[in-house]
Design a protein around this ligand. Structure first.
Ligand code: DAH
Length: 362
């Protein structure tokens, strides 16, 4: 190799060795093989050389270009790998550190109550079903054995929507109860069914214990009407007692079943828990407080959903989320739940970092 080429080679290799980062490396690359690089300049000069010199020098220059090209590429890869290694070391994350607590975000007690309900019923094999807030008259009332002019409708005065073209009068409304999701579920999935339905409901009411928008949690279990898998009133009682005792974290909470009436269940029962009216203490005293409506699904409701009441039977229940939340936390006025008062929220809110887990008790 001619001396000048050898000098260029040694220079370039030394500079490559010294290049410690991608910028220095790129300077060597451009300074050698770039448009006005040293090797490029020699290649350009070749044209002016005498023909017999051109051949020998051309071969030497090409060999040098291949050699330096390979050396530059190799050094480039090494620098990239070193840079990655350095970044990995510098940006090391200790995944064993606890999550930094978020000081300002808290779970609203109503959301927490729904989470608790979902956790307790979830452990009993229930899944969550949902339905629309804007419901048809048929799902909210008629299919639930509450035809037009049924007196039970008067208790559920709500917000009606103007009819869509081609519909009958006032056929859509803000749902007054989550019970319509019973209908939607029975129409869309075959039994056996085991669902709970937390969700918003609406009625034209507003005072210390009523809000025009509130929440309910519905339950529905449908199974065979006979045989070992038959669903009976005994299952309804066991399920509800289990739920209430877990929710209030009181293994011996007194629970009473009282005959009542709902259009969509037969027989129907209201469910009370023991409490002290004077002090508000749950589970104490000798008074009773109503917390749930329930019953065996009315055969007509099953038939409305295309289920043969001789083959299928089940139970349903419904409860007010606000009511259970207020009882559990001793919240006196329902309206405070919706006022977004930060001092109130800080007092009653719970940490998002302590999710509901059953084994620690609710
Ligand atoms: N939907 C009823 C209400 O809003 C509550 C209820 C009672 C639901 C009995 C049920 C039930 O599923 O079986 O007052």
């Amino acid at each position: 190799m001619p001396d000048d080429l050898d000098a260029l080679k040694q220079d370039t290799l030394r500079a490559l060795e010294a290049a410690a980062d991608p910028r220095a490396w790129d300077a060597v690359r451009v300074g050698t093989l770039g448009k006005s690089g040293r090797l490029t300049a020699l290649l350009k000069e070749l044209g002016r050389a005498a023909p017999e010199e051109r051949r020998a020098r051309g071969a030497a220059l090409n060999a040098l270009r291949d050699e330096l090209g390979a050396a530059i590429e190799q050094r480039g890869r090494a620098i990239e790998a070193e840079a990655l290694q350095a970044r990995l070391l510098a940006e090391r994350v200790d995944v064993t550190l606890p999550v930094a607590p978020e000081p300002s975000g808290l779970i609203h007690p109503l959301s927490r109550t729904v989470e608790e309900m979902v956790a307790i019923f979830g452990a009993m094999g229930f899944t969550v079903a949902e339905g629309p807030d804007i419901e048809t008259d048929w799902h909210n009332f008629s299919a639930l054995n509450t035809p037009a002019h049924h007196p039970a409708r008067t208790d559920h005065d709500t917000f009606y929507l103007p009819p869509l073209d081609g519909e009958g009068p006032a056929s859509r409304m803000l749902r007054t109860q989550t019970s319509g999701v019973q209908i939607r579920t029975m129409l869309s999935v075959p039994p056996p069914i085991r669902i709970i339905v937390p969700g918003r409901t609406y009625r034209a009411d507003h005072d210390a214990t009523h809000s025009p928008m509130f929440h309910q949690c519905e339950g529905l279990v449908v199974g065979p009407a006979s045989g070992a898998q038959a669903i009976t009133l005994g299952h309804l009682k066991g399920t509800v007692i289990e739920f209430l005792r877990a929710f209030f974290a009181m293994p011996s909470l007194p629970v009473r079943f009282r005959a009542s009436y709902f259009p969509f269940t037969e027989p129907s029962m209201e469910i009370d828990i023991g409490w002290d009216r004077r002090t508000g203490e749950i589970g104490g005293g000798s008074d009773w407080l109503e917390v749930l409506g329930s019953g065996m699904v009315h055969p007509r409701v099953l038939a409305n959903c295309g289920l043969d009441p001789r083959a299928w039977q089940g139970f349903a229940f419904g409860m007010g989320v606000e009511r259970l939340c207020m009882l559990k936390h001793g919240i006196p006025d329902l309206r405070s739940l919706y006022e977004s008062d930060l001092r109130w929220l800080r007092h009653y809110g719970s940490s998002p970092l302590s999710p509901v887990v059953l084994h620690e008790g609710i």
